[in-house]
Design a binder for this molecule. Structure first.
Ligand code: FUL
Length: 701
């Protein structure tokens, strides 16, 4: 080799050693995600579609005896679902291929209880196939909900059902292309039709399904499918159906303890700092209160600000967001849900419009081996593969961002490089305003992604101090934004006498109407409470004068006040406090019942005048450890308190996981007295709480 050649080789070696490879990569700390889980984290936001027989029977849980002939969507269009999801920035759709009543949305060869025995497409349709194709067309991933609990199958609870369940899994994982997620719900065992047995079948969820075997089978057929929910899963429920993760949220879980039945689901919101496995949280929530479509909820789509909160408290707290769009009887995502989703997408887009830290001067008090490879530039380069890291011995450090000129900001987004584990236990954020440093946030975990909503500040500089970490720091991104102000709708309450009080946030003012028209800044300005004991429709909005921005309009429909209503008898000897169930305040509640499962418990109310009603509602207690939820009920009416007619009976399905207001409707009747019977409670308890009881009045004759 000549002299020149040698020089080139030396130069190449020098280059290699002087930058990249001289400083070793940090070692992984604790449990780390698999490749499959990493891809799953990056999906962040995807849709749930609850659509089945329940859509047509107006139920949340079918009992298992409903006829497949009731399934008859008139305009089913899975492409519309995919389009809606895509436009909202979602990355996939999970469909209820089979819910608890056992009806299958695909023509399974193992049962007659499926689309093949429905009038839809003369029994030749396959919803799962149509969705798989639509997802493909729109570049979305397909996920499948297969309820382990089957209230129809005669063999449920016995060995034969497990074979059936696995056969169906095989069908779904073989015939519809890639399935990114398999969703196994936690509701398992209870009463049901079971082929006509009409009985209660209890199973041990941890043992009955032999999850190890079932999972092995899934991975043999489809190794890229991530399994969610019960069993040794790769992602966990977030512990509530409100779509909210804990502020502290570890991707880790003590799954061995969980599988031994030693973990309460309320721990899922936070995960376990000392968990032995990477089992990140997925936050599920419906855009309305129910999971399935009910016409009565058309005007109960969650308000925009609640949806925005959900976004920040799921994706912004290190969890994926699984947002349910209940497809309606036509087989379409409903217009009202689409409108809300569009509003949400617009807010999120506006909130993250312009990143502000990329142009600042970035420095840190420690950089791993002083190496370029781990420099702070990696925090703002928008490259998920690069990261800022500290020396092995350093687990507390600060990053400083200095702006060229004072900059307004109110959002901060942070990401750990989770391939090497989740490490940060605590951090805080300081800003320099008019030359003075002030702390504006003190937080705990980060994980895949953490987004903070901060008060808007005009900062000369921003500093993130990592104050506690399990090991050295490995941070892949820090970003800041200045989100537009979102004016929230006012809070409205009405007391027993019909006095309406309206409150807005901060200095916002309030405009309202009582004639059904949309309020504007020219409408009535709210200054003192409004007297409205009659049925009334209130439309109201908050207005931020400084920025000239108004909130969305809130519509509240009140019936006549229950001021004169009286609880006149009850199975409970002492019912002095029972009027709390009709005081118009859902924060107060009444608890009654004895621990005797043979005695249904009842409450009788005199409405003091005969009116025509077409339904009733039961609002469960919301706060506290014991909600004493009612699961089976009967509802009677009378005009004379002697002759009673049963108007409705059944179950409040899924009330345990989703204790929202329960509305039951029937053919309209005249009534002066109503009797509500609590037949059984959740978890076999026989103590019941009621926050509020109400009737649905109708003016028809
Ligand atoms: C629950 C189920 O029981 C509901 O019906 C719904 O499917 C929800 C997503 O999970 O636990």
């Amino acid at each position: 080799m000549n002299y020149k050649g040698l020089l080139i080789i030396m130069l190449v070696f020098f280059q290699l050693y002087s930058c990249k490879d001289a400083v070793a990569q940090p070692k992984a700390y604790g449990p780390t995600p698999s490749e499959k889980q990493l891809k799953w984290h990056e999906m962040e936001f995807y849709a749930f579609v609850h659509f089945s027989l329940n859509t047509f029977t107006n139920k949340e849980w079918g009992y298992g005896d409903e006829s497949p002939e009731l399934f008859n969507p008139t305009e089913l269009d899975a492409k519309q679902w995919a389009r809606v999801a895509k436009e909202a920035g979602m990355k996939g759709i999970i469909i209820t291929a089979k819910h608890h009543d056992g009806f299958c949305l695909w023509p399974s060869e193992y049962t007659e209880r499926s689309v093949k025995n429905s009038p839809w497409k003369d029994g030749k349709g396959d919803v799962v196939k149509e969705l798989a194709e639509a997802c493909k067309e729109y570049g979305l991933k397909l996920g499948i909900y297969l309820s382990p609990w089957d209230r129809n199958h005669p063999g449920y609870g016995k060995e034969e059902y497990i074979t059936y369940f696995r056969n169906q899994l095989k069908e779904l994982l073989t015939n519809y292309g890639d399935v990114f997620e398999m969703w196994f719900d936690g509701a398992n065992g209870g009463d049901g039709y079971y082929g006509g047995a009409n009985e209660t079948r209890k199973i041990n969820t941890l043992e009955y399904y032999d999850w190890d075997e079932t999972y092995k089978m899934i991975y043999d057929i489809s190794p890229n499918t991530l399994v969610w929910g019960i069993g040794p899963s790769e992602a966990r429920w977030i512990g509530n159906e409100r779509g909210r993760a804990g502020k502290t949220n570890w991707c880790l879980l003590r799954q061995k303890d969980e599988l031994a039945g030693k973990v309460h689901y309320s721990e899922f919101m936070n995960g376990h700092e000392d968990g032995e496995k990477w089992v990140p949280g997925e936050a599920d929530v419906s855009i309305r209160s129910g999971w399935f479509y009910h016409e009565s909820e058309d005007d109960k789509v969650r308000p925009l600000e609640e949806m925005v909160d959900i976004y920040y408290e799921s994706i912004g707290r290190n969890a994926n967001l699984l947002l349910n769009l209940p497809v309606d009887k036509r087989g379409l995502v409903n217009e009202n849900d689409i409108a809300r989703l569009k509003e949400l997408t617009a807010v999120i887009k506006a909130d993250f419009k312009e990143e502000l830290l990329a142009n600042s001067k970035v420095s840190a008090d420690n950089i791993r081996g002083n190496s370029e490879t781990y420099s702070t530039d990696n925090l703002v380069d928008d490259n998920k593969e690069t990261y800022w890291a500290t020396d092995d011995s350093i687990s507390t450090a600060s990053v400083l961002f200095e702006f060229e000129k004072p900059t307004k900001l109110n959002r901060l987004e942070l990401q750990e490089y989770i391939k090497l584990g989740q490490r940060v236990k605590a951090f805080n954020v300081e800003v320099k305003v008019n030359g003075k440093w002030q702390t504006i946030a003190s937080e705990t975990t980060i994980g895949y992604k953490r987004i903070l909503r901060l008060p808007r500040v005009t900062a000369e500089a921003l500093r993130v101090n990592f104050t506690e970490s399990k090991s050295s720091l490995v941070i892949s991104a820090i970003k800041a934004y200045n989100a537009p102000t979102l004016v929230t709708m006012p809070k409205v309450t009405r007391d027993k006498s019909g006095e309406i009080t309206i409150e807005a946030e901060g200095d916002n003012i309030i405009y309202y109407t009582l004639d059904g028209t949309e309020p504007t800044v020219d409408s009535q300005l709210y200054s003192k409470s409004i007297k409205a004991p009659q049925a009334v429709t209130l439309k109201v909005m908050s207005y931020n004068e400084e920025e000239g921005v108004s909130s969305k309009v809130k519509t509240v429909n009140y019936g006549k006040v229950k001021g004169k209503w009286k609880v006149i008898s009850s199975s409970a000897k002492d019912f002095k406090s029972a009027d709390r169930t009709i005081d118009g305040d859902s924060n107060t509640f009444w608890t009654f019942g004895e621990n005797n499962p043979d005695n249904p418990q009842e409450i009788v109310i005199d409405m003091k005048e005969t009116i025509r009603i077409k339904g009733f509602s039961y609002f469960p207690k919301q706060l506290g450890h014991d909600l004493n939820l009612i699961s089976q009920y009967e509802f009677y009416t009378s005009t004379d308190n002697k002759l009673w007619v049963k108007q409705s009976e059944g179950e409040f399905s899924n009330i345990k996981n989703n204790p929202v207001e329960q509305v039951k409707t029937f053919n309209s009747v005249k009534a002066r007295y109503i009797k509500f019977v609590a037949k059984s409670g959740i978890d076999d308890k026989h103590i019941f709480s009621i926050a509020e009881l109400d009737v649905q009045e109708t003016l028809e004759n």
